[in-house]
Design a protein around this ligand. Structure first.
Ligand code: FEO
Length: 396
């Protein structure tokens, strides 16, 4: 049974949810699922905007065929070749040999590379217009948001921006299509941030370029490839992207991420959190062996100050902390104030190791000397934590 929703009478969402996926991109837990969005425009000419992941093939194809209602598919616009949006491309083309793929040159090369076959194609570049009748689609290149071939599509007739991966979120749609049908800020913003920071967080400069191009368009609707369609309060979400793309913290607050085997480093982290809260400073805590690393990274994008505490392990940084910090460095976060806490019972090397990894972050300030303690915090260590809390307060 088909399952579609109308955006306008002649623009139909034909995507699908997947709530069984364990790991998105084989690395990110998605306990609330994911949606793969695809949009079908029924004008004098018909155009499908992207396809969907292999996991939802049957639903997706049924949605497309039902919505076409026996009409030909004139165009398939391929904005992004990552397989979560292109795996079913040939499934569509085999059913619709009349269809012309509309894409840029790099995408055409990727189709050949992924699919091993040529397709009937119309190559477009930025500014080109595809006339469907009432709807006129114009194309805007958006390289590295999130792959190099990405382009987005603007329908000048309705002010609809088909934004590819930009403005997406983790989480299945669960029957809702529009962001105003849910309490997005309460229930989805954290997942949207986790999606942004981990999927395209490294490419802030390129996202800013796309935001600059988008600001010249009269956008009334945003249709991403994951998550909700935006038709109200668009500025709210665009402003979030302005913060995230510019690596600007949304909050003056502290992320305390710690690695602790027997609880002594955790105790130091807890003491610091108590001091900060007593001073009215917001903080969020993560055990790096328990929390999803993508969620910690999202909090690091959100907050102004980061404290990492690790015991020494195998003569260096504890493995889960090392993995987190390398992931953070790979996502190119910048502009944060950082403090480090190290512990160890016979060697104290974790601080040096953490500092080495984090030194690659740009515009980063280490706001205090590293705090070191042996085995357990003790009175001397408590004093150092107290000083660190005051130092953080001064720097907020
Ligand atoms: Fe949702 Fe970059 O693909």
């Amino acid at each position: 049974m088909y399952c579609t929703r109308k955006i306008y009478d002649d623009i139909i969402w034909v995507g699908a949810d997947n709530r069984r996926l364990k790991l998105f991109e084989a690395v990110y837990n998605v306990p609330r699922g994911i949606s793969y969005n695809s949009y079908l425009i029924l004008d004098e000419k018909t155009a499908l905007i992207d396809t969907a992941d292999r996991a939802v093939t049957d639903t997706f194809i049924e949605n497309v065929e039902h919505t076409l209602g026996g009409r030909a598919l004139d165009y398939l616009v391929v904005q992004h070749m990552e397989p979560d949006h292109s795996a079913t491309l040939l499934d569509v083309l085999l059913r619709h040999p009349e269809c012309t793929v509309v894409c840029n040159k790099m995408t055409l090369d990727m189709i050949k590379a992924f699919k091993g076959t040529e397709v009937k194609a119309l190559t477009v570049k930025e500014g080109d217009v595809l006339d469907l009748g009432k709807h006129k689609l114009t194309f805007v290149s958006a390289p590295m948001v999130h792959w190099p071939e990405v382009m987005v599509t603007f329908d000048t007739a309705t002010g609809t921006l088909f934004s590819a991966d930009a403005f997406g979120t983790f989480g299945a749609l669960n029957g809702a299509l529009f962001a105003d049908e849910v309490d997005f800020d309460r229930d989805y913003l954290d997942e949207a941030r986790r999606y942004y920071c981990n999927i395209v967080g490294k490419y802030g400069m390129q996202v800013e370029k796309l935001l600059g191009k988008a600001s010249a368009l009269d956008i009334k609707m945003i249709c991403p490839l994951h998550g909700f369609v935006w038709r109200e309060n668009i500025d709210y979400y665009v402003n979030k992207y302005v913060h995230w793309a510019g690596y600007k913290p949304e909050e003056q607050g502290v992320v305390i991420a710690y690695a602790s085997v027997y609880g002594n480093t955790e105790n130091a982290a807890n003491v610091l959190a108590c001091r900060l809260l007593e001073m009215g400073i917001k903080c969020v805590m993560h055990d790096v062996s328990v929390s999803e690393h993508s969620a910690i990274i999202a909090d690091c994008f959100k907050c102004s100050h980061l404290v990492f505490a690790s015991m020494t392990y195998n003569g260096g940084v504890f493995v889960n902390m090392e993995n987190l910090l390398r992931d953070l460095a790979a996502h190119a976060l910048k502009g944060r104030k950082i403090a480090l806490i190290e512990s160890g019972s016979w060697a104290l090397t974790a601080g040096k190791g953490m500092r080495e990894i984090l030194s690659s972050l740009k515009d980063t300030e280490f706001i205090s000397d590293d705090i070191s303690f042996k085995s357990s915090l003790g009175a001397e260590g408590e004093e150092l934590i107290d000083k660190l809390a005051h130092r953080i307060k001064e720097s907020i």
